[in-house]
Design a protein around this ligand. Structure first.
Ligand code: CTP
Length: 469
């Protein structure tokens, strides 16, 4: 067995350990013991890092992926608990974040370590476990989720749920939640057919709990068959997915919309780039409105300081060429809206190393033209979205320049706006736009009053919905 002497550790690490131990009210030796125990259980709470980064929060939870629906999976104590392990994988395959809770009985069949390893996050087991209460707590486990699945749900667990008992972590979560609950019962056919179970199931259904299964088939017990087998993990995952992502409603339901937003950054060398003043706000606002109208939205954005809108698939890129590649990857789409302020040029030979000042004078920067994403997609022979909308950012001769841009680029509509410094549009919250639509060779101009970027987005989405209805 290896021996470890804290005194021989390097100074940074020792200082970190002392700080951690002090925060937890433990001796340094006890803190090391705790870290080792957590590490062997796969529940290590926070990496021991040098002092300068010990302000990081104490976490044992996997970082949540923004925008993914979250499930708390309560694993009950039955032979079908082994299928719950497969269910974790099936849910993750569907881009659903899973956090597991196990009853005491479940731990007789599968281990928290296995469930935790599959879910990428420690499995919670105890109501009075100091660490669970510290970093999640039963109230947070009950609420920081979009759906609770109970699989397998034993007759006993359902009886407790129906009565509102809360004597362990699983039942406390079920009592404390205000989220949807999906129950996958698994038990012997006689237990399922028992009047008491029927009463409990009826009560839970009245309380709004959803059920999947049980199925009929062979039981784990020899020579037993009937209704009581837990639904297959794939069936449960499909049911959960349908509850988490109900079919969209709204005027753009069923439509795939692709939107570009923000500036692009064109590298000069590893530390410098060419950019523009676009904030991305208009493109993000359109993505929000389109998602609210029921569309399936993919937003491809250059570097901006904006959060991912809810319900929108966001792809972040840097340069014009990256943006074009992602746009092409996101096709086919029904509608494409190009709101990005794409840099027209990039540096011909961006340096692999930082360009240094030398006595030879200033380095010449050779520019080459970037691909025009809007024109490329508008002129596609295959996979062209049926409605392609561009933006025209102009500082003079707005309608005239926008009209020639509409014709030159081959798109269907152009949203023209004045971006001269006096307009305050670049980076600002308001926008005054004119929507130019091309019908055969005729261009119609619809001029809107000054609006917030959100109002412009709503009006544009309403116009799209009218046109594509
Ligand atoms: N656009 C694009 N790819 C480029 C340049 C522009 O997709 N390389 C798109 C923009 O997203 C916008 C439209 O083309 O929808 C017009 O962009 P704008 O910057 O106004 O026009 P430019 O084509 O760059 O022309 P100019 O700078 O000469 O006005």
């Amino acid at each position: 067995m290896a021996s470890l002497t804290v005194r021989k550790l390097d100074e940074d690490l020792k200082a970190s350990l002392r700080l951690r131990a002090a925060k937890a009210g433990r001796s340094v030796e006890d803190e090391v013991r705790m870290i080792l125990r957590e590490a062997t259980e796969g529940t290590v709470a926070a990496a021991v890092s040098p002092v300068r980064s010990t302000h990081q929060p104490h976490r044992s939870r996997a970082p949540e992926v923004k925008g993914l629906p979250r499930v708390t999976l309560i694993i009950g104590g039955g032979i079908a608990a082994y299928k719950a392990l497969d269910l974790i994988r099936r849910l993750k395959e569907r881009d659903i974040h899973v956090r597991c809770v196990m009853t005491r009985a479940a731990q007789q069949f599968v281990t928290p370590l296995t469930a935790g390893a599959l879910a990428d996050e420690r499995c919670y087991t105890d109501l009075f476990d100091a660490q669970s209460e510290f970093d999640a707590g039963h109230i947070r486990l009950a609420r920081d989720t979009d759906l609770i699945i109970v699989a397998p749900a034993t007759a006993d667990l359902m009886a407790k749920m129906a009565q509102g008992q809360a004597d362990d972590l699983a039942t406390a979560i079920l009592l404390a939640t205000n989220r949807q609950v999906l129950v996958a019962p698994a038990m012997n056919p006689l237990m399922w057919a028992n009047a008491a179970t029927k009463r409990n199931v009826a009560q839970l259904a009245r309380d709004g709990v959803a059920f999947i299964g049980p199925n009929s088939g062979e039981m784990a017990e020899a020579n037993e068959a009937g209704v009581g087998r837990m639904s297959e993990p794939t069936e449960i995952a499909i049911a959960a997915d349908a509850m988490l992502r109900p079919p969209a409603t709204g005027p753009l339901a069923g439509k795939k919309i692709l939107i570009t937003a923000g500036p692009t950054h064109e590298p000069i060398d590893p530390v410098r780039y060419i950019a523009n003043r676009s904030s991305g706000k208009q493109g993000f606002a359109i993505a929000v409105s389109a998602a609210e109208a029921g569309a399936e939205v993919t937003l491809i954005s250059g570097p901006v300081d904006l959060d991912d809108p809810a319900g929108v698939r966001v792809i972040r890129v840097e340069s014009a060429r990256d943006m074009l590649a992602e746009v092409e990857r996101a096709l086919p789409a029904d509608i494409a809206i190009f709101a990005a302020a794409v840099a027209d040029w990039r540096i011909a030979n961006a340096g692999a190393q930082k360009i240094k000042k030398t006595s030879a004078g200033m380095p010449p920067l050779q520019l080459v033209e970037n691909p025009d994403i809007l024109a490329t997609i508008s002129k596609l022979k295959q996979n062209r979205p049926s409605l392609v909308i561009g933006f025209a950012a102009e500082t003079q001769n707005l309608i005239e320049n926008a009209t020639s841009k509409l014709k030159r680029k081959g798109c269907d509509w152009i949203v023209a706006n004045d971006v001269s410094p006096a307009s305050g549009v670049m980076g600002g919250d308001r926008n005054t736009v004119h929507v130019l639509t091309l019908d055969k060779a005729n261009v119609a101009v619809d001029s809107w009053p000054v609006m917030t970027k959100e109002e412009v987005a709503d009006a544009l989405v309403a116009k799209i919905a009218d046109t594509t209805a």
